[in-house]
Write a protein that binds this ligand. Structure first.
Ligand code: ADP
Ligand code: MG
Ligand code: MG
Length: 911
C-alpha cells in the first residue's frame, strides 16, 4: 500500500487551467465532499483550490498502533501544500500575506455535522499581521484568528467549547455589545490573548507534549506545519467519535470506510456587507417545489448559518441584496441540477462580491419532496420513470405512513414554528437528551424540547417521538437530522422561552409554562405546537405517493399481500394496495370471552364433552370468516389454522393456586374446591418446558382433530354462504409448523373430507387450496416431498429465523442481541432483515418445492415481508409474493419494483 496515491488535488492552477485529479465517482476514495468538490472543479465552477487526503489513508492511520500517519503520507501532503501555495501565490504562515486553509472532514456517505472541520488554519501571532496588512481590516483579521483558536482548541486539543463561549459572553457584557459583531478589533485581539490563556490552563501538556512550553503549559501552536498535521489527525480521529459511530450505526454505514480530509484555501464571507455565506437547495427539500431554496447571512462565516445564532435571510432574497453574485449562484444551481440530474444541496460563500462553491451533494429531502421531485423530473424529461421508482427510498416512505392530527379534533395552538419534518407526535416534554433516552427506556413517549439540537443530541432524538426547538431554520441541525430519521420536527418556535436548567419553558405572551412531563402534541407538517394530546389519524396513500406506487406496480413481478386478522385490518391492507391476505392468524379468535369455551373443550375428558363447546366455537368462527372473506372479496385470504401452544388458552396455574388457597382460607367446601384442583392438575400436566417447541401448530391438529376440523368446517360454511350471496370468497387453508410430510398428508386428508361433507350439505362447489407454512429447517430441506401434497408454501420467516439460529426471539432481543450487534458478531437483527442463512433455506425451499410441484405458489408471511431489503432478497429467491403488516404494504410494493428493476439497472446512490 505504501506506493499508493493518497492525496488528490482539486481546483484551478495558477494559470486558470483545471488541475483536478478526482471526480464524482471517487466517493469511496475522496469521500462525498471531496469527490463533489472535484466534480464541480471539473465542471468549471468556482471552487477554492485544495487537495483531498483519501479515506484509505484514514484507515491506514487507524490500522497502525498507536494510530499514526502511514509512511510517506506526510511527504505527500507536503508536496501538495507546496503545490497549493504555488497556485495561490501565498504561503502558509507568511508574515506578509498568509495562505489560510480549512481542514474538512468528508466520508463516502454523508454524515452531516458528525465529524470535525477547522477553518482559518494558518493564522498565528505573526501571520495575523499579514492578514491585517493585506485586507486593511484588523477587526476581520483578529476575528478570524479568535475563531481559529476557538475551533482548533475544541476540535484538535479537546478543550471545552463553553470556556470560549463564556469568555466571549463576558466580553460582550463588559462592552455592552448585543452581538459578537459589535465587538471591536481591540476586543477581539484581547480575546485572542484570553483564548490562548484558556488553552494553557485547560489543555493537558501530557497529551500534547510537542506543544508544551518550558513551564509545562500548552502554548497554542504557532508553527503552521504543526497546526496542519494536528488538524488532519483530528479529522481522522473524528471518524471514531461517539456521535459519528452512533450515526453510522443508525444509518448502517460500515465503520471501515474512513473519512477523507479536504484541505482547501479559505474564502471569506465575513469581509463586510458584500460578503455572505449560505446553503442552497435546487428544489424545496421539505415539499419538493421546483424553486431555489435556502438561507444566507451577509458578513458571516461558515458555521454561522446552521448554528442558528443569527436569524438568516431567505435565499430568494439574495439576488436583491447581491445582484451579481446572486445571479451567478442561480446559474450554478441550474447547472448543478442538470449535471447531477437530481436535487442538489450546496454550501456557498460570497467574498466581496465573488461567488465560491464549497460543497454540493445530492440533497436529503423528506419523503413527500422525494416523490414530488422524482415525478416532476420525469415530466421535465430529466429522468425516466424507472429511475424515478428506483430513487425513492422505501424505508423513507414510512414518513408518509405516519399519523397526522385528526382534522376533526379541537385544539388550541399555543406556539408556531417551522414545519421542519412532517408527521405528528404526542408525548411528554423532556429538556435533555439523557431524559429522553431514560423515559423512552421506561416505555414513555416523549417530545425532545431544545433551544437547538447539536450532534450530541442524537441519542435523544432517536429516543423521542418528535423534536421541538425554539431556534434555527429549516436547515438547522434539528431539522436536517429529524428529516433524515423521519421524525416529526417543529423548529424555530420563537415564542418558546426555554430554561433547560430549570427544565421548563415559558410560552411568551401567555402564562403557559411547560414543565417536564407535561403532554404536548406537535405537527411537523404544519409547524404547530399544542398543549395536551391531540387525536391522531391514519395516513392515506394518494397523489404523488399513489403515482409512484402505480408505476411500481407496473414493474414489480412479486405480489404483495397483507397480514390481517380482522376485517378492519383487511380493509386497511386493501386500501394500501394489498392483493390479498397472506396470513390471517386465528388465535385471537379464541381469546376474550371465547377462551372459556376453548378451555371447556380442552378439559372435557371425552369426545362427547367436547361437542357442545365445539358447536359454539363453530358458530362464532363462521362469523369471523364471513367478515374477513367479505372484506377481501375477490382476493385470496390465507387462513392459518390454530398455531400457538394450547396452554395459552388455559387459566394460569399461578392464579389457580392462589384462588384455591383463598377458597381454603375462607372455608369454602371441599366439594366446591375439587373441580378447581382437577383443573390445576390438568393445567400443570399440560405445562411444557419449552412451549414454542412443544404442542403447537399442526401438532395440535394431530392431537385434537376436532379443533382443526371445526376451523375447516367454519371456513367452508362461510365460503358457501358468501357464494350463495353472489360474492367471490377465496380462502386458502394453511397448516402451520409442519416438519414431516406425513403431518401435512394426514391433516390434508382430514380437511378434504370435511370440505367434501360441507360441499355436499350446502350444495356448493368448493375449490379451497391447502398449503403449509415452511418455518422449520426440516421442512425447507425436505420441501420437495412436502410440495407434493401442498398447493402453496408460505415461509414463516419469524419462526424459521428462531429455529435456524436456535434463538428464542423474546429472550434474545432484550438480552444478548444488542451486545451481538455492538460487537458486530451479527451485523443486523435477523428478525428485522432476513439473515443470509435463513434466506438460503427459503431459496432451497422454493427450488425444491418447484421441482416436484411446478405450479406451487410461494409466499413469505414473516415480518420480513415488510422490510425493503428483505423484499429484495425474496425477489432474488424467486418468491411469488410477500405478505406484511398493512402499513408496510406500500413500502413492499415499491421495494418489489426496485428489486425487479435493479436486475436490469443498478440502483442510484441517494444517501
Ligand atoms: P460539515 O460537513 O459539517 O458541513 P464543512 O467541512 O462543510 O463541515 O465546513 C463547515 C462550514 O465551514 C461550512 O459552512 C463550510 O461552507 C465552511 N467552510 C469550509 N471550508 C471553507 C473554506 N475553504 N472557505 C470558507 N468556508 C469554508
Ligand atoms: Mg458542509
Ligand atoms: Mg410460526
Amino acid at each position: 500500500m505504501t506506493d499508493a496515491k493518497r492525496v488528490y488535488a482539486f481546483g484551478k492552477d495558477a494559470h486558470g487551467g483545471n488541475n483536478t485529479e478526482g471526480n464524482r465517482d471517487m466517493k469511496m476514495v475522496l469521500g462525498g465532499k471531496g469527490a463533489n468538490l472535484a466534480e464541480m472543479a471539473n465542471m468549471g465552477l468556482p471552487v477554492p483550490p485544495g487537495f483531498t487526503i483519501s479515506c484509505q489513508a484514514c484507515m491506514e492511520y487507524y490500522n497502525s498502533t498507536p494510530p499514526a500517519f502511514p509512511p510517506g503520507l506526510a511527504e505527500e501532503i507536503d508536496g501538495y501544500v507546496a503545490d497549493l501555495e504555488g497556485k495561490m501565490g501565498k504561503t502558509l504562515g507568511d508574515p506578509s500575506d498568509p495562505l489560510l486553509v480549512s481542514v474538512r472532514s468528508g466520508s463516502p456517505f454523508s454524515m452531516p455535522g458528525m465529524m470535525d472541520t477547522v477553518l482559518n488554519l494558518g493564522l498565528n501571532d505573526v501571520s495575523v499581521r499579514g492578514l491585517i496588512a493585506q485586507t486593511g481590516n484588523d477587526r476581520f483579521a483578529w476575528d478570524s484568528y479568535r475563531r481559529f483558536i476557538q475551533m482548533f482548541s475544541k476540535v484538535v486539543l479537546d478543550a471545552k467549547g463553553d470556556l470560549f463561549e463564556n469568555a466571549l459572553t463576558t466580553k460582550r457584557h463588559a462592552r455592552n455589545a448585543a452581538t459578537d459583531a459589535d465587538l471591536g478589533a481591540d476586543d477581539l485581539r484581547d480575546l485572542v490573548a484570553e483564548f490562548k490563556e484558556i488553552v494553557a490552563v485547560n489543555v493537558s501538556a501530557k497529551e500534547f507534549p510537542e506543544l508544551a512550553d518550558g513551564g509545562g503549559r500548552v502554548a497554542f501552536p504557532q508553527d503552521v506545519a504543526i497546526q496542519l498535521r494536528l488538524a488532519i489527525e483530528a479529522v481522522f480521529r473524528s471518524w471514531m467519535n461517539d456521535r459519528a459511530c452512533e450515526y453510522r450505526k443508525m444509518e448502517r454505514i460500515p465503520d471501515d470506510l474512513g473519512t477523507a480530509v479536504n484541505v482547501q484555501s479559505m474564502v471569506f464571507g465575513n469581509k463586510g456587507e458584500t460578503s455572505a455565506t449560505g446553503v442552497a437547495f435546487t428544489r424545496n427539500p421539505a415539499d419538493g417545489t421546483n424553486e431555489f431554496y435556502g438561507d444566507f447571512l451577509t458578513n458571516a462565516q461558515g458555521e454561522d448559518v446552521v448554528a442558528g445564532i443569527r436569524n438568516t435571510s431567505a435565499l430568494a432574497d439574495l439576488p436583491a441584496v447581491l445582484p451579481e453574485a446572486g445571479g451567478e449562484l442561480w446559474k450554478v444551481l441550474s447547472t448543478l441540477e442538470s449535471h447531477y440530474r437530481d436535487m442538489c444541496d450546496i454550501e456557498f460563500t460570497i467574498e466581496q462580491g465573488t461567488l465560491w462553491m464549497l460543497q454540493t451533494r445530492v440533497g436529503k429531502r423528506t419523503a413527500r419532496a422525494a416523490l414530488k421531485v422524482a415525478i416532476d423530473m420525469v415530466e421535465e424529461g430529466l429522468i425516466t420513470r424507472e429511475e424515478a421508482v428506483l430513487r425513492i427510498d422505501p424505508a423513507q416512505l414510512d414518513q408518509l405512513l405516519h399519523p397526522q392530527f385528526d382534522a376533526k379534533a379541537h385544539y388550541e395552538v399555543v406556539a408556531k414554528g417551522l414545519n421542519a419534518s412532517p408527521g405528528a407526535a404526542v408525548g411528554e416534554v423532556v429538556f435533555t437528551s439523557a431524559d429522553a433516552v431514560e423515559a423512552r427506556a421506561a416505555g414513555r413517549n416523549v417530545i425532545l424540547v431544545r433551544w437547538e439540537t447539536t450532534p450530541d443530541d442524537l441519542r435523544g432524538m432517536i429516543a423521542a417521538q418528535g423534536i421541538l426547538t425554539s431556534h434555527g431554520g429549516k436547515t438547522s441541525h434539528a431539522a436536517v437530522v429529524a428529516r433524515g430519521m423521519g421524525k416529526p420536527c417543529v423548529c424555530g418556535a420563537e415564542r418558546l422561552k426555554i430554561d433547560a436548567e430549570k427544565k421548563q419553558a415559558v410560552i411568551s405572551g401567555t402564562d403557559i409554562v411547560l414543565g417536564e412531563g407535561d403532554i404536548i402534541s406537535i405537527d411537523g407538517t404544519t409547524g404547530i405546537v399544542v398543549m395536551g394530546a391531540v387525536e391522531l389519524v391514519e395516513p392515506e396513500v394518494s397523489g404523488d405517493f399513489d403515482t409512484i406506487l402505480s408505476w411500481s406496480d407496473e414493474y414489480r413481478t412479486m405480489g404483495v399481500r397483507a397480514n390481517a386478522d380482522t376485517p378492519d385490518d383487511a380493509v386497511l391492507g386493501r386500501r394500501f394496495g394489498a392483493e390479498g391476505i397472506g396470513l390471517c392468524r386465528t388465535e385471537h379468535m379464541f381469546l376474550g370471552d371465547r377462551k372459556q369455551i376453548v378451555q371447556d373443550m380442552i378439559i372435557s375428558e371425552d369426545e362427547a364433552g367436547r361437542t357442545a363447546p365445539l358447536a359454539e366455537l363453530l358458530k362464532v368462527q363462521v362469523e369471523d370468516y364471513l367478515g374477513i372473506f367479505a372484506a377481501m372479496d375477490g382476493l385470496p385470504v390465507t387462513v392459518r389454522l390454530l398455531d400457538p401452544p394450547l396452554h395459552e388458552f388455559l387459566d394460569s396455574p399461578r392464579e389457580l393456586a392462589v384462588e384455591i388457597a383463598r377458597m381454603e382460607c375462607t372455608g369454602v367446601s371441599q366439594s366446591e374446591i375439587a373441580p378447581k384442583r382437577r383443573l390445576l392438575a390438568l393445567v400443570d400436566s399440560m405445562s411444557e418446558m419449552n412451549p414454542m417447541l412443544g404442542l403447537r401448530g399442526c401438532r395440535l391438529g394431530i392431537m385434537f382433530p376436532e379443533i382443526y376440523g371445526m376451523q375447516v368446517r367454519a371456513i367452508a360454511i362461510a365460503t358457501c354462504q358468501l357464494k350463495a350471496q353472489g360474492r367471490d370468497p377465496r380462502p386458502e387453508i394453511m397448516i402451520p409448523l409442519v416438519s414431516v410430510v406425513a403431518e401435512l398428508e394426514t391433516l390434508r386428508a382430514e380437511s378434504e373430507a370435511i370440505l367434501a361433507q360441507v360441499q355436499a350439505q350446502e350444495g356448493c362447489v368448493l375449490d379451497i387450496p391447502i398449503g403449509t407454512m415452511i418455518e422449520l429447517p426440516r421442512a425447507a430441506i425436505t420441501a420437495d416431498e412436502i410440495a407434493k401434497v401442498a398447493d402453496f408454501f408460505s415461509f414463516g420467516t419469524n419462526d424459521l429465523t428462531q429455529t435456524t439460529f436456535g434463538f428464542s426471539r423474546d429472550d434474545i432481543e432484550s438480552k444478548f442481541l444488542p451486545r451481538y450487534l455492538e460487537r458486530k458478531i451479527l451485523l443486523r437483527n435477523p428478525f428485522e432483515t432476513v439473515d443470509s442463512g435463513v434466506a438460503m433455506l427459503v431459496k432451497m425451499g422454493c427450488d425444491l418445492g418447484r421441482k416436484t410441484n411446478p405450479k406451487i405458489k410461494l409466499g413469505v408471511c414473516g415480518e420480513h415481508g415488510g422490510d425493503p431489503e428483505s423484499v429484495k432478497i425474496f425477489h432474488a429467491a424467486g418468491l411469488t409474493y410477500v405478505s406484511c403488516s398493512p402499513y408496510r404494504v406500500p413500502l413492499a410494493r415499491l421495494a418489489a419494483a426496485q428489486a425487479a428493476l435493479s436486475e436490469k439497472a443498478p440502483a442510484s446512490d441517494n444517501r
